[in-house]
Design a binder for this molecule. Sequence first.
Ligand code: NAP
Ligand code: CA
Ligand code: CA
Length: 263
Amino acid sequence: MNKEALTNIDDLVRHWLTTLDDIIPQLIEDMVTTTKRNRFDLVTNVDKSIQQNFEDFLHEHFPEHQLFAEEKSNEEVNAYQGHVWVMDPIDGTTNLVKQQEDYCIMLGYFIDGEPTLSYIYDYPHRKLYKAIKGQGAYINNQPLSQPEDLKLEDAIISFNTLVMNDATIHELNSASFGYRFIGSCGLDSTRVFLGQFGAHVNTNPKPWDIAAQFLFAKELGLKMTTLDNTDLDFAKAGPFIISNKACHDEVLKILNANTGYQK
Ligand code: NAP
Ligand code: CA
Ligand code: CA
């Protein structure tokens, strides 16, 4: 795709994201929460409406593009062919329901399986993270630079303690500078983009939890791999780490010692 066509898509998507500023407050005011597989697995009208709204946007502007998203069946989508948008309409739904803070909207655009455009919109703080293939990554249109090398002993790391074995939690804590977890795979990842966190680990993400991060990792010189240090498949997802390159191997070594994590 030429630069002009890509800029046109970027302009339209960024405009679509600004329209959310007008509709999210009302959606939150009318919030209805339902559960999916168990009482902790939440979905709200906010998630559903934002996804529907984006689906309508695609139909209007790019009818040939496919949507691969959390709150729909994706059986008919071939994620590796043509123009595909992978979407998590709200990442951090628990945070939205319980705190009305620390959630985001995530979009990853792939052409024939190639990450081409990515957005992570931290709506509560009005911070838009964007990556464009070959052109770098941005926060609110200001270029981001590659974070400095962070050794594990100097790094804050992020993971869900519910899925780590106790010995592994202790080992990670003593090998790193500290532990923080926001509870949104997208926003925990943005801290790695900014060099605030050394690494974020999720042992069981779905495609929409990690699709957007591929391009940021590429443009910012970060490592994004499976927990076996192999290439990740965006359409299959599975255990993942996004990490500053200076602490990636050490985190994986600890995670893989003594079968340290569960899915
Ligand atoms: P949470 O606040 O519900 O979610 C934290 C982050 O993890 C969000 O990005 C969320 O995406 C995502 N997530 C939600 N369910 C997940 C799952 N089953 N596996 C992996 N990621 C998931 O987290 P929580 O309240 O601490 O935990 C809720 C449940 O999710 C628990 O059963 C927990 O074990 C599991 N979880 C597992 C991991 C992992 O690394 N394996 C990480 C987080 C949560 P959405 O907001 O879009 O759902
Ligand atoms: Ca998610
Ligand atoms: Ca979600």
